[in-house]
Design a protein around this ligand. Structure first.
Ligand code: FAD
Length: 285
């Protein structure tokens, strides 16, 4: 199918982006980043934006750099940019590992990290990474700029705290201490499909005991989030198969899983139990 007709605008600066959004968002204008979610939706006529503000020519939006305590990820940084570790240490390795679970290679060459956050699919790997690690998001509009913590940004299925005239200019991921362990596991029916449930865990070990556990779950509820009940189960304990089972159980009991055409809420709860345990096993390897 073909999209409905639209006008494409090609700003060259961030100021031009926010000015175009202020003018065209009220007339159903939208940002076009990698187009890997928006274009298929337009082709199916599920969205008919009259104006597309194509940010791909804006200088500097492909910036990917360490700024103090953060890795800053500009609005045009593609999923594929993370295939090789972008920085030394656990954060670079984690991003490289997770990036290969997103869709298929051609999609990863076009789709963007920030586009995934703005699109806010509950199964998005980057939403899960951002929620688990505690990302902060730099949002700009003609009214100024603001920093939005990820747990305020993700509101529900494809729903975020972005106002219609706001542009997600940059995501900021906190750097991880060098001794951080991470584990990731996702379940999808076929390789490249959206995950039906996914878990990302990070923790550190001090005197053989887990500290600073982060347990994030995606794909099960309407948006990715940390699960405090599973983290409380882990903190202060020595890693063991029995502990990982207990953390999986805590996560499964804590979530309120979605029921949809793919599967039931009960099955998703079972998946949460399994992906949490397997992510913890991965972290220990
Ligand atoms: P676009 O498609 O350009 O835009 C998506 C939406 O976000 C639009 O509403 C747009 O206006 C808005 N937007 C984009 N950037 C910004 C910004 N900076 N500020 C404000 N609004 C913005 N994703 C996964 O996470 N995991 C998967 O397993 C996965 N599998 C896929 C399989 C297929 C077959 C396809 C087609 C896509 C899949 N995707 C998957 C989606 C893909 O990762 C997209 O790239 C991503 O969701 C959106 O990024 P994008 O840059 O392509 O955004």
């Amino acid at each position: 199918m073909k999209p409905a007709s639209f006008t494409r605008h090609v700003p060259r600066t961030v100021d031009e982006v926010v000015n175009a959004l202020a003018e065209y968002a009220p007339q159903d204008g939208r940002i076009l980043a990698g187009g890997q979610s928006l274009v298929p939706i337009m082709a199916f006529r599920m969205a008919r934006p009259a104006h597309l503000i194509d940010i791909n020519e804006v200088e500097g939006l492909d910036r990917l750099a360490v700024d103090g305590e953060y890795l800053s990820i500009g609005a045009c940084v593609r999923h594929g940019a993370f295939h090789k570790p972008v920085i030394d240490g656990p954060l670079g390795t984690l991003l490289a590992y997770v990036s290969r679970h997103i869709a298929h290679y051609p999609i990863r060459m076009r789709g963007t990290f920030c586009g995934s956050l703005a699109h806010a699919d509950p199964s998005s790997e980057w939403c899960l990474v951002s929620a688990t690690l505690g990302a902060e998001l730099l949002v700009k509009s003609v009214r100024g700029e603001r920093i939005v913590p990820i747990d305020e940004f993700l509101e529900g299925i494809m729903t975020t705290a972005l106002q219609e005239d706001e542009f997600l200019a940059e995501a900021r991921l906190p750097l991880l201490p060098a001794d951080t362990k991470f584990g990731f596991y996702e379940f999808s029916r076929r390789a490249g499909d959206f995950a039906m449930s996914a878990a990302l865990v990070t923790y550190r070990l001090v005197d053989g005991k887990i500290i600073d556990a982060h347990v994030g779950i995606g794909g099960a509820e309407d948006h990715a989030r940390r699960i405090a009940e599973a983290e409380d189960t882990l903190n202060g304990q020595a890693p063991s198969p029995r502990l990982f089972v207990a953390a999986g159980e805590a996560a499964a009991l804590a979530v309120d899983p979605m029921e949809d055409i793919q599967t039931t809420a009960d099955y998703r709860r079972d998946l949460v139990r399994a992906v949490t345990r397997r992510a913890l096993e991965h972290a220990q390897q």
